[in-house]
Design a protein around this ligand. Structure first.
Ligand SMILES: *Cc1c(COP(=O)(O)O)cnc(C)c1O
Length: 360
């Protein structure tokens, strides 16, 4: 068998959820499991969150929510983008799904096709991100309309989303908080503001509901602070093996583009992992990889199925030796920085051909 695997440590996932609880004890928490639980496996992660007492689960769309219901997940589920077409409305009722409402068009669909039983909605205010959400004027109108239609909605909750919460010195977040507060302070509906960065770094955003995502998977939302600062544990351990060891002469080059040149006669190793698995092609030479209790550098360009490492620091490397690409010894945030990206796309980008192995 190809040795590349993603070990998914469900006890670490639960531990991280409890950290979120500890840090924001007054909020209810919806664990965000969109995009296949950030690449970790939707159903297994949802079940783990259920076991550890998550108050709800959040997904991006109906398709993801239906997968959860088909697998017997009973928790409340929130659709973070709401519904896209009017024919999804009956399915919201049937499957007891809560929907975000962010656009007048969605309200029109609801007014023209009222659900057979009232549904719960999350009214989304755009406090400055300019992605999804109603502006000030629209928000007031929609809120009023919904109040007049208890046949459509039995519970209205209010939410907003931050653009810069991962930058702890950026006043943009304070502005967004202020806009949201001004609009909602007179309303006693339940409120939700905090993604992971806000939950960890902006305590004044803690309200009725938190919406943590990335922190539950053991990655830090902040560039300057490692996940270990918050006692978050890595959930995905991406493992493979050495499949070739060879000696190259000084001046020989390694890989596509012949970009890396051996400074001396030396051993290089080839590992079964590449961008076809979701390992970032842009990980630069020097990106750390863990082999035999040692961090060693990646060298040359990452190929589709393989990558090369410098074995000079390794004593007696053998074919079949295990490597960790990220996980307990190499944090995903470290790899992301070496590839000039963030952990989110790396985690979501682990492809279907990489088997997930769930551990409790
Ligand atoms: C994805 C998402 C979250 C979770 O964000 P993290 O940065 O992963 O914690 C929260 N709220 C909304 C609306 C989202 O789309």
């Amino acid at each position: 068998m190809r040795p590349l695997q993603a070990i998914i440590d469900l006890s670490a996932l639960k531990h991280n959820f409890l950290i979120a609880r500890q840090i924001s004890p007054k909020q209810k928490l919806m664990a965000v499991v969109k995009a296949n639980a950030y690449g970790h496996g939707l159903i297994e992660c949802a079940k783990a969150f259920e076991e550890v007492g998550a108050d709800a689960l959040a997904v991006s769309c109906l398709e993801e929510a239906l997968q959860l219901r088909e697998n017997d997940i009973k928790k409340p589920i929130i659709l973070l983008e709401g519904f896209f077409e009017k024919n999804e409305i009956p399915l919201l009722v049937e499957n007891q799904l809560q929907t975000v409402l962010h656009h007048p068009q969605q309200l029109t669909y609801l007014l023209e096709n009222p659900p057979l039983k009232p549904i719960s909605v999350w009214l989304k205010f755009d406090s400055g991100m300019n992605r999804l959400g109603f502006n000030l004027e629209q928000f007031k109108v929609v809120y009023q309309k919904l109040l007049e239609r208890p046949d459509i909605s039995n519970k209205i909750r209010l939410m907003t989303h931050f653009a810069c919460a991962d930058e702890l010195r950026n006043n943009f977040t304070l502005n967004q908080i202020q806009h949201f507060e001004q609009l909602t302070k007179a309303l006693n509906n339940e409120k939700s503001l905090s993604n992971s960065a806000a939950l960890l770094g902006w305590k004044q955003t803690h309200a009725d509901w938190g919406r943590p995502g990335i922190m539950l998977y053991g990655s830090s939302p902040f560039l300057e602070q490692p996940a270990s600062n918050f006692d978050l544990k890595p959930v995905m351990i991406l493992k493979s093996k050495l499949i070739s060891v060879k000696t190259c002469q000084r001046g020989e080059t390694v890989g596509y583009g012949a970009t890396w040149e051996c400074p001396e006669t030396m051993q290089i190793g080839i590992i079964a992992a590449g961008y076809g698995d979701g390992y970032p092609r842009h990980a630069k030479s020097g990106t750390p990889i863990y082999l035999n209790n040692q961090k060693i550098p990646l060298i040359g360009r990452v190929s589709m199925d393989m990558l090369a490492v410098d074995l000079r620091l390794c004593e007696n490397p053998q074919i079949g030796d295990e490597v960790e690409l990220w996980g307990k010894h190499i944090s995903i945030d470290e790899v992301a920085q070496c590839a000039q990206t963030i952990s989110y796309p790396l985690l979501c980008g682990i492809t279907m051909r990489v088997p997930r192995l769930f551990q409790n």
